[in-house]
Design a protein. Structure first.
Length: 436
């Protein structure tokens, strides 16, 4: 006589266990609070799997059709907010299977034929991340368009370029903004490259070693929009480098946003006075009535640390895991979801700040002139017109700048005699060279 498991045994593997897990075990083991976000992808993967099971004859055609119909109903009800997922069923996969079985009976238990949660979650995760990347790229492109428009608007707005945060050479504000356009362009490339590499289907890898059922992995891969199945089944369930690539790309993108945010913060100070951020993306002080704080920019700068942290978290998570699947990997999705949400929010905030900022062109121009940013032009003029070696021209220019500093004058305000006191061969043409 077969011994029956106790009533409180785990509903998923009660045949092996005599008692249910403790409350603490349920709490640490449950991931539905995080992975319910994958419900669309889980249902899509299950529909593709059910259709393949029917097509290959592993299940009867009417069984496959009933599974698909049931799954479509669950999707519609979930979208309508009619379904509440249960923590005691651990994750999104078991929740959907449980609901399906409640609705269509024991046939729902056949859905998991020739499949493991290992290949199931890897498939869901790739499907979700593939779409997430498209969304991030769209947000980057929106910001790029805004930055590019402001760059063209200010292609003749003179400002000082900086190195070491010291006035260096004159550039235009348009050129400065376009540098960020170029950075974001490379961000788009990184995300798209990652999207291409992740577009392989883990479904059919089973727990790690595939399955003895005559499944058609190419069929499910095609239906789900993948280029091909993942070739190695152990790699399919045991790797998360596709998530690492996303987080790495997201971290680099956030570094670019953080640098731009830092410049907006500096530029909007009274000391710089280059830009004025709109009321939409600033806040006041609870005690100082005059304050207009660049809080949105500061939060973008701060949230860059959050995204970089998720990248570090994921690298640390994966660095010592033996093949193949380990429960540690349940922690992968929360980091990725959080990074995605944060990057999208920051891109939108930055777009709003750039679109609404007002530029103080006279202030930028004045700073460019008063900061001796034309000194390199002067050194180049000495080389080109007086045939002086550049190193000597560099020294001559330095002495002229020192004279200007001593007189509290700009280079274009010095007299020709001032220039000739350092180098007799200098002519009056030099004044035009140092004037902006």
């Amino acid at each position: 006589m077969t011994k029956q498991p106790k009533q409180n045994a785990n509903t998923m593997w009660g045949g092996r266990f005599d008692s249910a897990p403790s409350e603490i075990m349920n709490e640490i083991n449950s991931s539905i609070g995080v992975d319910q976000r994958l419900y669309r992808q889980d249902i899509a993967g299950s529909i593709a799997h059910a259709r393949m099971l029917g097509k290959t004859g592993i299940l009867k055609e009417d069984e496959s059709a009933a599974l698909i119909k049931g799954l479509e109903g669950i999707l519609a009800d979930t979208e309508a907010g009619k379904i509440t997922f249960r923590e005691d069923l651990e994750d999104i996969h078991m929740n959907i299977e449980h609901i399906l079985t409640e609705r269509i009976g024991p046939l729902g238990g056949k859905l998991h034929t020739a499949r493991s949660r290992n290949d199931q979650v890897a498939t869901d995760f790739r499907l979700w991340l593939r779409d997430a990347i498209s969304n991030v790229v769209a947000e980057i492109e929106t910001l790029r368009v805004t930055l590019s428009a402001r760059s063209k608007e200010h292609d003749k707005t003179v400002m000082a370029g900086f190195t070491h945060l010291q006035s260096a050479q004159p550039v235009t504000f348009g050129k400065h903004l376009d540098a960020y356009v170029q950075m974001l362009s490379r961000d788009v490339g990184r995300f798209k490259d990652a999207q291409v590499r992740m577009n392989e289907c883990p479904l059919g890898a089973g727990a790690l070693a595939g399955t003895q059922f005559p499944i058609d992995r190419a069929m499910t891969a095609k239906e789900l929009g993948f280029d091909r199945p993942v070739s190695n089944t152990m790699d399919a369930v045991g790797s998360r480098d596709f998530a690492l690539e996303f987080l790495s790309s997201a971290s680099i993108c956030m570094v670019h946003l953080s640098r731009l945010a830092e410049e907006l913060i500096l530029w909007s100070t009274a000391q710089f006075g280059y830009v004025r951020l709109s009321d939409d993306f600033t806040s006041g002080s609870s005690i100082m009535p005059q304050k207009k704080n660049p809080d949105a920019a500061e939060l973008v700068r701060g949230k860059s640390a959050r995204v970089i942290g998720t990248n570090t978290q994921m690298l640390t998570l994966m660095k010592a895991l033996p093949l193949t699947y380990n429960k540690d990997m349940q922690e992968d999705k929360e980091a990725v979801f959080d990074a995605f949400d944060t990057v999208v929010l920051c891109l939108r905030a930055m777009d709003g700040m750039i679109a609404g900022m007002k530029v103080n062109e006279p202030r930028m121009h004045e700073d460019a002139i008063s900061g001796y940013s034309t000194a390199t032009r002067l050194a180049d003029w000495l080389v080109m017109n007086l045939d002086i070696p550049f190193r000597e021209a560099h020294h001559i220019t330095g002495r002229i700048v020192k004279i200007a500093e001593g007189k509290n004058l700009r280079l274009d305000q010095l007299s020709l005699d001032d220039y000739k006191s350092v180098e007799e061969k200098i002519t009056e043409d030099v004044i035009a060279t140092v004037t902006l």
